[in-house]
Design a protein around this ligand. Structure first.
Ligand code: SF4
Length: 363
């Protein structure tokens, strides 16, 4: 249950949220965006649709120029539907995520063929078009036709997650389900308020309730915001739960012969490419005879943690050293024996440096 519905007179409070937001939008809403109609005119579904698709992955500032170029070249649904796809992609060039351009082109042809070139005022029709999801469809029909459909883009998700202190993690289906309900409960009752309300929700997330800093003093719906009341704005939205980092095991044998270390140089590709490390004994192989436990190491990589069991062996004779060298060659890791200082100049991974320092082999 949200704060809105828990309070007595939930509908009135919800309406009040919309009222506050609409009042704010009259003076603080963004104006002059190239897809917005002149004051007093109705929005053009073609231009709103193109802008919504462009804004799916791109900020308003970057979209402005591309939108102008695109609608100069394809000023109407018919011109886009008839255009060659290569030309559409060329005009889109630089905006990225080219699937959006392909979907726009294909959807324009479907609107021409299936809807007779007329734009539907029903969100469910729009959602059947390629590249148009639930929130995009709602934005188009609420802005252009005053339908009481709620939007839930990333900015609106953030605002609502803070408004209700949603505990569900970002990106989860549970959060989406919760926030769709919250978004619907806040809609204004009058259809004529919908275009301004939808734009205001977008503007609030884009100009006041930002992801890194929320300007709550300037927020028109601060009175409804649970995160603000609790002084916990920075805790919401709850970040996506991170999967635990898997661990991998390795078995290193440090060979020391007459104050020289036996290390091998790793191939140029892969982990620690080109650096020198101890002999990496394959997991299925036994430790060579005479080795003693030395220490355990842990090293974090981006995608896994390496846990290394390290043993030490110090052959007493040259024959013993050569025997170990032969065995290491059998694993494709020919050990070379040099003073530590030489290896330090050649390059050692950080955990190997730590290992040598902790074992007293390096100062
Ligand atoms: S009060 Fe602050 S945190 Fe809450 S919605 Fe407004 S700007 Fe965002």
């Amino acid at each position: 249950m949200s704060a809105l519905t828990k309070r007595p007179g939930g509908a009135a409070v919800a309406e009040s949220f919309a009222t506050q937001l609409l009042r704010w939008a009259r003076t603080h809403g963004r104006t002059g965006l190239p897809w917005q109609p002149p004051p007093g005119s109705l929005a053009d579904p073609y231009r709103v649709w193109v802008s919504e698709i462009m804004l799916q992955q791109t900020q308003v500032q970057s979209v402005r120029g591309y939108f102008q170029r695109f609608t100069d070249r394809f000023p109407s649904l018919g011109s886009l539907a008839k255009a060659d796809l290569q030309e559409v992609l060329a005009v889109w060039s630089g905006l990225g995520y080219y699937a959006r351009a392909r979907n726009l082109h294909r959807a324009a042809q479907q609107i021409e063929a299936a809807w007779g070139g007329r734009f539907s005022d029903r969100a469910e029709d729009w959602q059947r078009l390629p590249g148009v999801g639930r929130s995009t469809a709602a934005a188009i029909v609420s802005i252009c036709f005053g339908q009481r459909e709620a939007i839930l883009d990333a900015n609106v998700r953030r605002v609502l997650a803070r408004q209700v202190m949603a505990q569900e993690p970002w990106g989860s289906a549970a959060l989406d389900q919760r926030l769709w309900q919250e978004a619907e409960q806040r809609l204004p009752l009058r259809r004529q308020d919908m275009p301004r309300y939808t734009q205001a929700m977008m503007d609030l997330g884009a100009t006041v309730c930002l992801s890194r800093s929320a300007d709550c003093a300037a927020c028109p719906v601060v009175g409804f915001c649970q995160a603000h009341a609790a002084g916990r704005v920075a805790d919401f939205p709850v970040p996506r739960a991170k999967a635990p980092r898997p661990s991998r095991k390795a078995f290193w044998l440090l060979v020391v012969y007459q104050n020289q270390l036996g290390l091998w140089q790793r191939p140029p590709e892969g982990i620690w490419g080109g650096l020198w490390t101890p002999w990496d004994i394959p997991a299925a192989e036994p430790w060579p005879q005479g080795s003693e436990p030395l220490t355990m190491l842990r090293h974090g990589f981006t995608h896994f943690t390496l846990e290394v069991e390290v043993r030490l062996i110090s052959p007493q004779t040259k024959a013993g050293m050569l025997s170990l060298q032969r065995q290491s060659r059998g694993h494709g890791q020919t050990l070379e024996f040099r003073p530590l200082v030489d290896f330090l100049a050649l390059g050692l991974p950080a955990p190997v440096r730590r290992l040598l320092a902790s074992s007293g082999l390096a100062g």
